[in-house]
Write a protein that binds this ligand. Structure first.
Ligand code: CTP
Ligand code: MG
Length: 247
């Protein structure tokens, strides 16, 4: 079985969230966002390592506050950096030499389903690099500078919104970061694209959203009950309609 290390960047400042608490620490339907995210990976037999990247200033507080949860999780905690890519780079430095693949998943993206992870992990095994993404359905406008006036309509054919997990053969992600030289992309795929790597898009539901604004937290709470259930339950009820999103 291929072995995966999972890096969960959670070291951002939540500036667009604009609340007292950072978005990864807030409660979503009774459990903190970061914990919901981690739990999608913690019981998988193909995951050999979980690395949570936190802002240096949050680490002591976090370990104290979530001590009861941490007692049940085999989680490595690493200090992050100023940009998301800096945080992932620090996580990557801790990835086990045993890992065939590295999956990077935003801690602020708690609405995963087991089958979406299965799908992107399988695509990474087949193609060396794969990410979850959702096709753009809106009509996209580019504004002219700071003014809210339309400069152009961007044709949406072949446009996808990148999500996470983003999964790479370990040697490929290491090579991508070695040639990073300060570049600050907003995802890992960009770094792999820069070294000429091909990255497979794996279609996922838009429900795999990243919490950015407070409104997203309400949307996430509303979407929670609509997520596809675990396969063990599906196999008990082979004819039930448990996947209203069709993905
Ligand atoms: N992240 C990180 N280190 C950073 C910046 C971001 O680990 N220096 C993480 C965030 O914690 C989040 C994920 O990367 O889980 C996606 O980033 P984003 O949604 O931009 O989160 P923030 O940077 O925290 O939010 P904002 O941009 O609104 O400040
Ligand atoms: Mg950010």
């Amino acid at each position: 079985m291929a072995k995966f290390s999972v890096i969960l960047p959670a070291a951002g400042s939540s500036s667009r969230f604009g609340q007292k608490q950072k978005k990864v620490f807030v409660d979503l339907a009774g459990r903190p966002v970061w914990l919901r995210t981690v739990e999608h990976f913690s019981n998988r037999p193909d995951v050999i390592q979980l690395i949570l990247v936190l802002a240096e200033d949050d680490i002591e507080w976090f370990k104290e506050k979530f001590r009861p949860n941490l007692a049940f999780l085999d989680l490595e905690i690493v200090a992050g950096g100023a940009q998301r890519a800096d945080s992932v780079e620090r996580g990557l430095a801790r990835v086990s030499p045993e890992a065939d693949f590295v999956a990077v998943h935003d801690a602020a993206r708690p609405l995963l389903a087991e089958k979406w992870i299965d799908r992107v992990f399988a695509a990474a095994i087949a193609n060396d690099a794969a990410i979850l993404a959702t096709p753009i359905t809106s009509t996209i406008k580019r504004a002219a500078g700071q003014q809210q006036v339309i400069a152009e309509t961007v044709p949406r054919d072949h446009l996808w919104a990148a999500q996470t997990p983003q999964v790479f053969r370990t040697s490929i992600l290491r090579a991508a970061y070695q040639s990073r030289r300060g570049f600050s992309g907003t995802d890992e795929a960009q770094l792999v694209e820069r070294i000429g790597g091909k990255v497979q898009l794996v279609e996922c539901s838009a429900a795999n959203l990243k919490i950015t604004s407070p409104e997203d937290l309400s949307i996430a709470a509303a979407l929670l009950p609509t997520l596809p259930k675990k396969s063990s339950l599906r196999s008990l009820h082979p004819f039930s309609d448990e996947d209203p999103l069709g993905l």
